[in-house]
Write a protein that binds this ligand. Structure first.
Ligand code: G
Ligand code: G
Ligand code: NA
Ligand code: MN
Length: 254
């Protein structure tokens, strides 16, 4: 309960910030987009991990206003980069189950797009398999509307959730993100090699883009390139960083 009221104050007092992690084209090594990740800079405790406060925000419902702040801030940042002359790059925002089932989500997103002037085609939402599985009818309706508004949809942590292959066929998705648990032990682990190769072929066959998360070594990069993975995200290139460090990455390939 204490964390909950501190969180509420934090949001009001501007203690939240966004970090940005680049998504890099596996071949050209150019930045093609960023994922926005929330950070809480606590006045005494310093940086608090979202892994510690997102669950509290979820339980208290604070995830709704916090989530809107994330979408808005990410769109403002993307628009600032675009207006400074950056070529089209995508901006991805994570959406939790609770946010996804909020009836006002689409309205809020529409308002943010209008206010910031961001190109909706450059805005991407990352959802986990559990979001898709919670209520298929609602998921289908919301995803279709997002699609109509022009946004891109990614399945985050692909392969780790409670899921069905059927949803890949039915839902209007754009991207699969291979969970970093499958990438971590490449190239030593033969099973992870098999799973990662299979996810990439599946994505290609379904005409989805495929991103590998958690890439930390050049061996992993080389392997992913050899299986024609589209984009790479991970500490090999950059951890999530503040906007001042992220912006310059747009202009110089790794
Ligand atoms: O950035 P980091 O690895 O510390 O993130 C930990 C977890 O918090 C990840 O699962 C990430 O998806 C989640 N997370 C980070 N930022 C956001 C956000 O803005 N909204 C939601 N819903 N989850 C986030
Ligand atoms: O759940 P989600 O995929 O949104 O989590 C993203 C988080 O994963 C990021 O916030 C970041 O802190 C973490 N992450 C990103 N790249 C790497 C990586 O290469 N290695 C590890 N260990 N964590 C990473
Ligand atoms: Na994510
Ligand atoms: Mn992920």
């Amino acid at each position: 309960l204490q964390l909950e009221s501190e969180l509420y104050k934090a949001l009001k007092n501007d203690e939240m910030t966004l970090f940005y992690q680049p998504k890099i084209n596996a071949n050209t090594l150019k930045v093609e987009g960023f994922e926005a990740l929330i950070r809480w800079i606590h006045p005494e405790k310093g940086m608090v991990s979202p892994a510690d406060f997102i669950p509290v925000a979820e339980d208290s419902g604070l995830i709704i206003p916090m989530g809107k702040w994330v979408i808005k801030t990410a769109c403002q940042q993307l628009q600032a980069w675009r207006q400074a002359g950056a070529e089209p790059i995508t901006m991805a925002v994570n959406l939790s189950c609770h946010q996804f089932s909020d009836h006002q989500l689409l309205e809020a997103v529409e308002q943010i797009i209008n206010e910031t002037g961001v190109e909706s085609e450059l805005l991407e939402f990352e959802i986990t398999e559990s979001v898709l599985m919670q209520d298929a009818e609602t998921a289908m309706r919301v995803l279709n509307e997002m699609k109509q508004m022009g946004m891109k949809l990614s399945v985050d942590d692909f392969g780790t959730g409670y899921s069905s292959m059927a949803y890949l066929k039915h839902f209007p998705l754009d991207v699969l993100k291979i969970d970093r648990s499958f990438v971590m032990d490449i190239p030593q682990d033969k099973q992870d090699i098999t799973i990662t190769t299979a996810i990439i072929s599946l994505a290609k066959a379904l005409e989805l883009n495929v991103v590998a998360e958690g890439v930390e070594t050049t061996e992993q990069l080389e392997f992913l390139r050899s299986c024609e993975c589209d984009q790479i995200q991970g500490f090999l290139f950059s951890p999530p960083v503040p906007s001042e460090k992220a912006g310059p990455m747009i202009y110089k390939p790794f």
